[in-house]
Design a binder for this molecule. Sequence first.
Ligand code: FRU
Length: 467
Amino acid sequence: MLCGLWLMIASSCVNRTAVTHPTDEPFRSVYHHSPAANWMNDPNGMFYDEANGVWHLYYQHNPFGTTWGPMHWGHATSKDLLHWEEHPIVLEPDSIGTIFSGSAVIDKDNTAGFGENAIVAVYTQSEVCGQHQSIAYSTDGGSTYVKYEGNPVLKGDVPDFRDPKVIWDSDHWLMTLACGQEIRFYASDNLKDWTFLSSFGEGVGAHGGVWECPELIKLKCENGQTKYVLLVSINPGGLFGGSATQYFVGDWNGKEFKCENPQSKWLDYGNDNYSTFTFHNAPDGRLVALGWMSNWQYAQVLPTVAFRSQNTVARDLFLYLDDEGEYRLGSVPSQETMALRGEETKTLPDAAVVELDLDGKQDALITLSNDRGEKVLMTLDIHRQTFSMDRTASGDCSFSHEFAASTVAPLFIKRDAYHLILFIDHCSIEAFDAEGAWTMTNLVFPSEPYNHIDVQGGKATIYNINF
Ligand code: FRU
């Protein structure tokens, strides 16, 4: 209680002026969202306001420093998923606890009684004795929220009980919640009263750490089959250690999720894509996702100054069948992200889009380097059918012994030629199979921007960013 009171007083001192996205220090991303100042982790409560064409992004935020602390929901909006405007904090800690991750829905039919089209945020409150789910509503399109007086709406019965992602399931709301190393499903008619349906996860997938940030997604595969994918972030115990997002493909019968394969599949084959969620109400039924572009292994010691962390570029998720006949979740750069590709250029700018055309019969070696001899090595290995990225000599790796690493992705689909897309920004490289079979997201901290790209076994076309 005392702790809650201190947080309320401290929060009222937060600067409430809206600012546009600054590029004020060498590792500040140009076209990735980052907070104007201080700490950020997971993207939260993302939704699309179709009437105004605005994407809303809330995020885990400590406004008092550049490391994790008393969590609030920060707020940013964008019309193109590239330029972001920062807005005042929308949710501050209170006597129930600090504000952890969660989601938001547009309550078109006023099921909760807060008004037609109210935006309802469903989030975790964390305190010393446990974690609970609370709700708040906005009647001004997501700019400000009023906390529901009946909070919390769902009290925790295990220590880790968090990150509610709410979707509409036929005729009621469905909440997916992380509970220790399991996912639980709850149903509600009004977003206030929640009934337990089932749990998922025992004996399934990776269990090297706590399960976090789940989301159940309905997708139609190219073969016409409808499937459900359950995204589950795990930390630690990810693919390359630390944090990563696993997923399971299966069926949802309105009560239970049954997966087809008990082994984890991985959303991204880099070190730095965590807590991925999709936007509620994205246009044309698209599944537009953002992830936190960092890893709990070293997120709090990264060499940025006024702020820490950024989000990935926007990606559209889809379901495909790989060469083994296994369902996989693919990610392609969203059309808004592809709009970044500007004029073709011969020299490598410090923020760029690079398309790689690689021969499917021989290995390819792609090297990004600067005049200081710092480099990132990428290899397409045809025999092993893998793509890898080595950042061990990429620049500053001194802040954490876990940072200097190499990551590897299976190609999943054998092709005659490979077309890859790289999104390069001031401290990140996101590699995509252009058709979305795999992605790899890695942070890098070169002491000067990479100004040279060399490709053996293929060709690179470099584009300035259109920003
Ligand atoms: C994931 C996470 C969530 C939690 C939030 C706290 O990165 O640990 O499970 O809600 O961060 O900031």
